[in-house]
Design a protein around this ligand. Structure first.
Ligand SMILES: Nc1ncnc2c1ncn2[C@@H]1O[C@H](COP(=O)(O)OP(=O)(O)O)[C@@H](O)[C@H]1O
Ligand SMILES: [Mg+2]
Length: 240
């Protein structure tokens, strides 16, 4: 096992107003893992992603990243700017310090990667929801993140677009041309998607981690029944 984990949480809790959104989380993430966060609405998935991204400081406990660490986050909705598709991707690179010329060049490569190069000069707002999410994915991927955080990235898409974005995520996370495998942490309500994409699954309830298992163990009904009854109820669709 790598001596320095990509990320480590120790006794981390997060309080949002009156609510403890995360409670006493311990988690160690190694490079190359594809971690799925599952649990009912309000269980803490978005809160955990925001903490992992550094958007929210923990209220208690600690969080450490391997340094330096390039990371990017993709939200449920793509949050594109009112300009061209290519501009949207290039801006992220320019903000990260690249020259505008270089940013525009790399933006086009990233758009080719998600199959949208021919729409590069279109207004982003004119694209379908699935295409917009692919633009957001290109924008994140162009930054060459070592850690990619995704909050229900396909939840707002129609079934066809869901499959497209999911397939891209699969390709990106297993890209053998990268010097280091990308580490993925994604929240999902779609258990099929979790099976297809994840290597490890965390089940959250009330801001606590109630199960943290390799993906095959997580979908092993007999194992869950004995040790993780809450996770089993969730997998069976018995938790709203
Ligand atoms: N800005 C906020 N202020 C207060 N409570 C919040 C805020 N955001 C989320 N919460 C609460 O934190 C808990 C976890 O929410 P969240 O992380 O969004 O869960 P999930 O993404 O799994 O649906 C919920 O009880 C939710 O109501
Ligand atoms: Mg959420």
């Amino acid at each position: 096992m790598n001596a320095v984990p990509l990320l480590q949480l120790r006794g981390l809790s997060l309080r949002l107003g009156p609510v403890w959104a995360l409670r006493d989380l311990n988690l160690r993430l190694e490079a190359g893992e594809r971690l799925a966060l599952v649990g009912a609405n309000g269980s803490g998935k978005t809160s955990l992603l925001r903490v992992l991204n550094g958007l929210r400081p923990p209220s208690a406990g600690s969080l450490s990243w391997r340094q330096p660490l390039r990371q990017a986050m993709l939200f449920q909705r793509p949050h594109l700017l009112r300009c061209s598709v290519r501009h949207n991707v290039a801006l992220g690179l320019w903000l990260a310090g690249q020259s505008w010329r270089q940013a525009r060049k790399r933006a086009l490569l990233a758009l080719e990667r998600v199959g949208l190069a021919e729409l590069a000069d279109r207004r982003a707002s004119a694209l379908s929801g699935g295409q917009q999410q692919r633009v957001a994915l290109a924008r994140a991927w162009a930054l060459e993140p070592q850690l990619l955080l995704l909050d229900e990235p396909t939840a707002s898409l129609d079934p066809h677009a869901k499959r497209e974005v999911e397939a891209l995520l699969g390709q990106i996370s297993r890209d053998a041309t990268q010097p280091e495998p990308m580490t993925l942490v994604f929240a999902s309500h779609n258990l099929g998607q979790v099976k297809r994409l994840a290597s490890r699954v965390i089940y959250l309830e009330g801001g606590r981690i109630l199960a943290d298992l390799p993906v095959n163990d997580f979908f092993n009904d007999a194992l869950l029944a004995g040790n993780y009854p809450e996770a089993q109820a969730f997998v069976r669709g018995e938790v709203a």
